[in-house]
Design a protein around this ligand. Structure first.
Ligand code: PLP
Length: 238
């Protein structure tokens, strides 16, 4: 379907999304200059709880990457979307969904050895390589998934024994509403975790961090992928 055959309400929505994307890109670029890490930054549009039209609107605005929290919601949306985008799984993954998750272009939420083993057997069955990020719980909040910074080195070594999984980098989430000092501590901790993963011999370059409320600090601290929902599509229904 082309834009001209859509309902007028879609074009109004698409225009809003497009200007929000442009604005986010400008802010990302300014933060990138301030940070001085010289990285490229990929904007991932987080479309969870929104319909397929959010994906289409983001794609129409030039976004090539979308993020979803849940495998089933993503599969339904994917079937309804014609835009050519890369699908990122950013939410906690249950082991019994490993097979379906292996179809994502990048899984950001590898958060335990048990999940790694389950994903690896799914990858073997499907005879494909599965790209993953190691989720690191830098802040140590009990409510957050992920390995601790102290566990990163051992997980990176362990992943050499699970060769169907390709470790591309690290993902983290900062505490909600954290002050800037805390944000910088969390994001620079994730950056050091990426260095640990590389020192363990993985060709890992992805640093996935930064959401609507904190992406500028994340980019200043070296984020290569930011995950933006609210500032692109508005707030999600509770
Ligand atoms: C929902 C979610 C986001 C996007 O959050 P916003 O604050 O709406 O930008 C990013 N990352 C993860 C892991 C999420 O679950």
């Amino acid at each position: 379907m082309t834009a001209s055959t859509r309902l007028p309400s879609f074009s109004a929505f698409a225009e809003q999304v497009s200007s929000a994307v442009d604005d986010a890109r400008r802010r990302i670029d300014a933060a990138r200059q301030r940070g001085g890490h010289g990285q490229d930054v990929t904007l991932i549009a987080v479309t969870k709880t929104h319909g397929p039209e959010a994906v289409e609107a983001a794609a129409a605005a030039g976004v090539r990457d979308v993020g979803e929290n849940r495998v089933q919601e993503a599969e339904a949306k994917r079937a309804a979307v014609s835009a050519d985008v890369r699908w990122h799984l950013i939410g906690h993954l249950q082991r019994n969904k490993a097979q379906a998750a292996a179809g994502f272009n990048l899984i950001h939420s590898l958060d335990s050895e048990r999940l790694a083993v389950a994903l690896h057997s799914a990858a073997l069955q499907l005879e494909r390589a599965v790209p993953v990020l190691l989720q690191v719980n830098v802040s140590g909040e009990a409510s957050k998934f992920g390995v601790t910074m102290a566990e990163v080195e051992a997980m990176a070594q362990r992943l050499h024994e699970l060769p169907q999984l390709q470790l591309h980098g690290v993902m983290t989430m900062a505490p909600y509403d954290a002050d800037e000092v805390t944000l910088r501590a969390v994001f620079s901790g994730a950056r050091r975790s990426l260095a640990t993963v590389r020192a363990a011999g993985h060709d890992a370059r992805v640093l996935s961090m930064g959401m609507s409320g904190d992406f500028e600090v994340a980019v200043e601290e070296g984020a290569t992928h930011v995950r933006l929902g609210t500032i692109l599509f508005g707030s999600r229904a509770a």
